[in-house]
Write a protein that binds this ligand. Structure first.
Ligand code: ISE
Length: 327
């Protein structure tokens, strides 16, 4: 069966997903939708598909949907896709408002089957997968340390760092520990009127602790994770980067963009999404995962040390390989 996929949004992520769909076997890029005619037409021509200005009118003309438009439109598109029971891969964050994320979870639970996969793609990243595989043999997680560095100019507020960047690390923490985050304390480092760093200390439901260190003005882009478990410690290793010893120094290159290190990962993510559509059963990070991570973001932004009281997790969101949260 050929799966016809519509892509909402032709920015960097939309283009990446559209390109992968058009190249992967078993899928066809049904259309790309974006109000920006020039960018939309250019991508559609490039990939041999149709550009539509208003994706909302095209949902019936696809077997599956990819949502990669600006965050504030995610809620409306996911809601409309669920109304049609259309399998959907939505970029993170699930929504802008926490209440809207909850409404999506409720809508999906009322339908009675998972249809939404969320773009927490670290779970498809080879380095992160190796950590997860190693942990399977090492017993209970005691501490997770995520370090995430971006090369921005100091113009982002803490909210943007949490919503756009650190939300990935919050999923990493939930996925690798297998438990929910129950409490969070956020600290910021401000310099010359700019927020430079956000550091989270999270208390996990089983008594473990996670720290997430984010630097928005670093000299290179880096994402890493280190986990201390009951019977050992695992650190994500850099793939295939030569360490050059010369002139009395050891040097290894760090890139400055967040996109290229994960290009292969986005492809694996899309492949898994297409296979899940074919199988008729959604998998991977869920709407619940999106909602739970957003709950931590909101708690972190409200200051102090805040307990996060999630409602009981619906049975629909049983743990799977990429979102093994038990609670
Ligand atoms: C970006 O939107 C991403 O999704 C990247 O994975 C993340 O590392 C980066 O910080 C975000 O800005």
């Amino acid at each position: 069966m050929t799966i016809r996929v519509g892509v909402v949004g032709v920015g960097g992520m939309g283009e990446c997903h559209a390109r992968n769909i058009s190249e992967l076997a078993g899928a066809e890029l049904a259309w790309v939708g974006d109000p920006d005619e020039r960018a939309g037409r250019q991508l559609a021509d490039d990939l041999g598909t149709t550009w539509v200005p208003d994706a909302a009118t095209m949902l019936d003309d696809a077997d599956a949907l990819v949502i990669a438009c600006p965050d504030r439109f995610h809620h409306a598109f996911v809601t409309a896709a669920l109304e049609r029971e259309l399998p959907t891969l939505c970029e993170k964050p699930l929504t802008v408002e926490l209440a809207d994320a909850r409404a999506i979870v409720d809508q999906e639970v009322a339908i009675g089957r998972r249809l939404v996969q969320l773009g927490f793609m670290r779970v498809y990243d080879e380095r992160h997968r190796q950590v997860a595989e190693a942990l399977a043999e090492l017993g209970q997680v005691q501490h997770i340390r995520c370090v995430h560095r971006n090369t921005n100019d100091g113009s982002r507020a803490a909210r943007q760092m949490l919503v756009e960047s650190m939300i990935h690390d919050l999923h990493t923490v939930r996925w690798l520990s297998g438990v929910e985050i129950e409490e969070v304390i956020a600290s910021t480092v401000r310099r010359d009127d700019a927020t430079r760093m956000v550091i989270l200390t999270c208390r996990l439901a089983d008594g473990g602790v996670a720290t997430v260190e984010f630097d928005d003005m670093a000299t290179g882009y880096e994402v890493s994770v280190e986990v201390t478990a009951e019977r050992g410690n695992v650190v994500a290793a850099e793939p295939l980067r030569a360490a050059v010893r010369a002139a009395g120094q050891v040097a290894s290159e760090i890139g400055d963009d967040w996109f290229s290190p994960f290009l292969a990962t986005y492809r694996v993510e899309m492949q898994d999404f297409l296979e899940s559509v074919e199988a008729g059963v959604a998998r991977g990070p869920s709407a619940w995962d999106g909602y739970a991570a957003q709950a931590v973001v909101e708690a972190a932004l409200s200051g102090g040390s805040i307990r996060i009281d999630l409602p009981t997790k619906p049975a629909l969101y049983a743990p799977d390989e990429h979102s093994g949260v038990q609670a």
